[in-house]
Design a protein around this ligand. Structure first.
Ligand SMILES: NC(=O)C1=CN([C@@H]2O[C@H](COP(=O)(O)OP(=O)(O)OC[C@H]3O[C@@H](n4cnc5c(N)ncnc54)[C@H](O)[C@@H]3O)[C@@H](O)[C@H]2O)C=CC1
Ligand SMILES: O=C(O)C(=O)Cc1ccc(O)cc1
Length: 367
């Protein structure tokens, strides 16, 4: 495929990360289009894309692959725009949107073009936005859902997987509706709950000033995703309304039963509520068991290559910073994603953070 052209529309976190992943395996010319000129220029100056185009009409010329990586309502508008343009024969068009049914339905406008639309959704990301947060390894070992039409020829699906090989993701295929139902439960609904918890805190703070000062640990963990892009989440909610409305109804029933349980003040019942949730949670394939106490922990984002742990520990050892514990958090199936390093003191943690940043490691303190 080398020497071919790829057009990426939307140069944010996901568009940028896909571009980097494609570059790992292909020598294609990657052309980028973004309505926000700053993002496009940044993508070019960071070598994430090779060229900027300032119109879709120009961008589609010679493109064998078009990837739409914009918020999902924009994705539909872009599909309409693509349908008006002259596209290359058998161009593969895919998207990365968090919803699939509405987008795949919209792609029917392309049916008279010789274009092949295959819906896609890489199931990994972050609460961060923008091309600056892009990473070539963002999708490593994540699930990457594809929703090809039932009569889409296998060679096109394989062609798309080949383009996306550098993501090192695990591809799975399903129908758009199945996708929206599944992702509604495990991703979209939790984002609503995270935002609602933050609103609850903000309301309480109207009466009790400075209460958020005390919001640490669990509250921060459970609401991290409330820092995601509001444009992106507005669009997702509007696309997956039916699934989310039905989940909200179930949630209301759940909360009503919690209220009843609390009013009854039956200690066994309350214990069972938490105990059964814990049992289920502990069985999730996140490998959260054996957690070490979260004192002076530093999280380090690492790429999956042999020797990366030795590199990190070597940097710290070389400056006599001792690590009291180290844990690999496999955020996704079998991937070395994040290292949790523990230190004896805040001072040591800060020294380690500064030092690792000098070696371009991204580090986080989550307490
Ligand atoms: N952020 C995440 O963790 C994940 C996001 N997704 C999906 O990926 C898509 C992109 O999300 P992010 O990269 O996180 O967002 P982002 O906000 O980082 O980037 C989106 C980019 O699209 C550009 N854009 C908006 N409208 C446009 C238009 N009409 N034409 C050209 N460019 C346009 C924006 O200027 C921005 O640079 C969304 O559909 C989202 O649902 C999928 C998986 C994970
Ligand atoms: O940051 C997180 O935990 C996310 O939830 C990222 C994310 C956001 C949207 C998606 O469609 C998939 C993954």
């Amino acid at each position: 495929m080398d020497g071919k052209r790829v057009l990426i529309i939307g140069l944010g976190l996901i568009g940028g990360s896909i571009a980097l992943a494609i570059k790992k395996k292909h020598k294609a010319v990657i052309v980028g289009f973004d309505v926000d000129e700053t993002q496009a220029k940044l993508a070019k100056s960071l070598d994430i894309i090779d060229d900027i185009t300032d119109s879709l009409e120009e961008g589609v010329k010679g493109a064998s692959l078009i990837i739409i990586a914009t918020p999902v309502q924009q994705t539909e508008k872009i599909i309409d725009q693509l349908a008006m343009l002259s596209l290359e024969e058998n161009v593969i068009i895919t998207d990365v949107g968090s919803t699939k049914k509405s987008i795949v339905d919209k792609s029917s406008v392309l049916k008279n073009k010789n274009a092949i639309f295959i819906g896609g959704h890489p199931m990994a990301g972050s609460h961060k936005s923008g091309v600056i947060a892009s990473k070539a390894h963002l999708f490593e070992n994540a699930f990457y859902i594809l929703t090809p039409d039932t009569n889409c020829q296998k060679r096109f699906v394989n062609g798309l997987k080949n383009w996306l090989e550098g993501t090192n993701a695990t591809f799975i295929e399903m129908s758009p509706s199945q996708h929206d139902k599944l992702v509604g439960v495990i991703s979209h609904f939790p984002h609503i709950i995270a935002a609602s918890l933050v609103h609850q805190l903000a309301h309480v703070e109207e009466e009790e000033q400075n209460i958020s000062r005390f919001a640490a640990g669990g509250f921060r963990d459970i609401t991290r995703i409330a820092s995601s892009s509001p444009i992106m989440w507005r669009d997702i909610l509007l696309h997956n309304r039916d699934v989310l409305l039905s989940l909200l109804e179930k949630w209301e029933l759940e909360m009503t039963s919690v209220k009843k349980m609390l009013k009854k003040a039956d200690e066994n019942e309350i214990y069972d509520y938490f105990s059964s949730a814990k049992q289920f949670r502990d069985k999730l394939p996140e490998r959260s068991k054996g957690a070490i106490p979260s004192f002076y922990d530093l999280f380090v984002d690492v790429e999956d290559y042999p020797g990366v742990i030795a590199h990190v520990t070597g940097i710290l050892g070389g400056r006599d910073i001792s690590i009291t514990n180290i844990r690999i958090i496999e955020t996704r199936e079998d991937i070395l994603g994040v290292l949790r390093l523990s230190f004896r003191s805040e001072a040591e943690r800060q020294k380690a953070k500064t030092l690792l940043s000098e070696y371009r490691y991204e580090t986080y303190i989550l307490d």
